[in-house]
Design a protein around this ligand. Sequence first.
Ligand code: NDP
Length: 289
Amino acid sequence: MNSVTIFGLGPMGQAMARVLLAKDYSVTVWNRTAARAADVVDAGAKLAASPRDALAASKLVILSLTDYQAMYDVLGTSTGDLAGKDLVNLSSDTPDRTREAAAWANAHQARFLTGGVMVPAPLVGTEASFIYYSGPREILEAHEATLRILGTPRYVGVEPGLAQLYYQAQLDVFLTTLSSVLHATALVGSAGVTAAQFLPEVLGTLRLTDTIIGAPETANQIDSGVHPGALSTTTMMGATADHIVGTSEAAGIDLLLPRAVQSHYHRAIAAGHGRDNWTSLIEVIRSRG
Ligand code: NDP
């Protein structure tokens, strides 16, 4: 029977354990808070008594922790048991920390693959699930059948930090979008509009954004550095960014997010991109303001 060890039983680690158990894998789990293992143990997982026992149970060791420091906290006293293991760390952290972790694992004779799961826990194991990986491709190939159960692997390169660079970039979009949706909801809420009324309206904007981002000229302009403003200009959209700040000020709500967006437009216009398309903001975003 194929065996996998999972460290970390938050919603994500539990989801991974469940989908592997459903495929008849032998799943060994360890979690700092042992009580959190109850559901997956009911579903057939084995709860290891110690990190050392958990490591001993499988060659493939998946980590699903809050960050990379948690990996050192969990495995730091069992480094003598890492030799020959394939660590696949699917926790979030900066690319620098993932590089350090790969070197740390290699120094203890373990192989190390970095990953970033790109769907919420309930979607793990579904068609929608995909996971960025970087590091030695042979580790992914050795365990691809197993890892594919969690989500479609998207290998982005040998450099260990790359998967987390993709992950953080995608979460940059995701978290900023969620905050902007909440900010906009607070804005209309200042006039008594409810989220139930407003959120369906927001979906229309998100679909429009999809079309704009998907248009080939968007990528072409960003990659070429040529930003013709035939249909809309940075000056026009910057005026709107000013209006959003003014409306938020009048509503008495948080200003940091609209001010950040406004600053991109102000800087782009100051840099001479006033008549260019909004894609020209990339030229100022690439450096610190
Ligand atoms: P949780 O924060 O719920 O769980 C994190 C796990 O890390 C828990 O098992 C927790 O143990 C453990 N942990 C944290 N700090 C330490 C420490 N210092 N020592 C030992 N164990 C520690 O996270 P999720 O399960 O939601 O997410 C896990 C990873 O997956 C994260 O990196 C997250 O960014 C990523 N992810 C999550 C998604 C989701 O939908 N949840 C979606 C995509 C990615 P304990 O139970 O004892 O607190």
